[in-house]
Design a protein around this ligand. Structure first.
Ligand SMILES: Cc1cc2nc3c(=O)[nH]c(=O)nc-3n(C[C@H](O)[C@H](O)[C@H](O)COP(=O)(O)O)c2cc1C
Length: 192
């Protein structure tokens, strides 16, 4: 079966982001599995906070439309989110909110979420590894009718999780990453 294209989205803009680092590590595994990967930064898709008046006046911002179209050109999407106050950061939620308002051509609004597979991961310096942000993100994506693969990766104590070559060093993390990557590829291929 042909390899799917997968879009990798880190949910942090911060220099030295733990989630951007984890996104890079997962992208590396996807490429090793033969997948065509596009890894972006949300810094290239700046969006105002969602405001219905703004949408009514000016439509959905072009960065949201462009990001939605980029998602649409991939069969799978991986979102790697920080955990802020036990949930997803505003950046991640706001991006999803805008994309869910895009209606391109004959599509229904938010259709891009329905037609592809999603995987979710999180990295945190704490013991829970962003587990609560993952629960919140799964709920949000499911509300958008996305297929979210069951396996996920919550990377705890993320500053100490890598070896000197920036590879994950704990077997539990390696196994969780591998299981999630395999499922994302499998679910994405079903949608090709
Ligand atoms: C506003 C705010 C709230 C946070 N809340 C949590 C939290 O609930 N759970 C957690 O594990 N870490 C929390 N953190 C710590 C982040 O996980 C940590 O800053 C992490 O490095 C952010 O991701 P990044 O490195 O990818 O930017 C919080 C950080 C900020 C700035």
């Amino acid at each position: 079966m042909a390899a799917p294209k997968i879009l990798v989205i880190p949910g942090s803009l911060r220099t030295g982001s733990l989630n951007a680092k984890l996104a890079a590590a997962i992208a590396h595994e996807l490429v090793a599995a033969g997948v065509e990967v596009t890894r972006i930064s949300l810094a290239d898709f700046p969006l105002p906070i969602y405001d219905g008046d703004l949408q009514a006046k000016s439509g959905v911002p072009k960065h949201a439309v462009n990001l939605k179209r980029m998602m649409g050109s991939h069969q799978g999407v991986l979102i790697v989110t920080p955990e802020y106050n036990s949930s997803v950061p505003a950046l991640v939620k706001n991006t999803i909110d805008w994309i869910s308002r895009v209606q391109d051509g004959q599509e229904t609004r938010g259709q891009v979420f329905r037609d592809r597979a999603f995987a979710i991961a999180a990295a945190s310096g704490g013991r829970l590894g962003g587990t609560r942000a993952l629960s919140a993100l799964r709920l949000i994506l499911t509300a958008c009718h996305a297929t979210v693969v069951p396996n996920q990766l919550a990377l705890s104590f993320a500053e100490e999780a890598y070896d000197d070559k920036d590879r994950l060093k704990h077997q539990g993390d390696i196994d969780a990453l591998g299981a999630m990557v395999r499922q994302l590829i499998e679910f994405s291929q079903r949608l090709m």
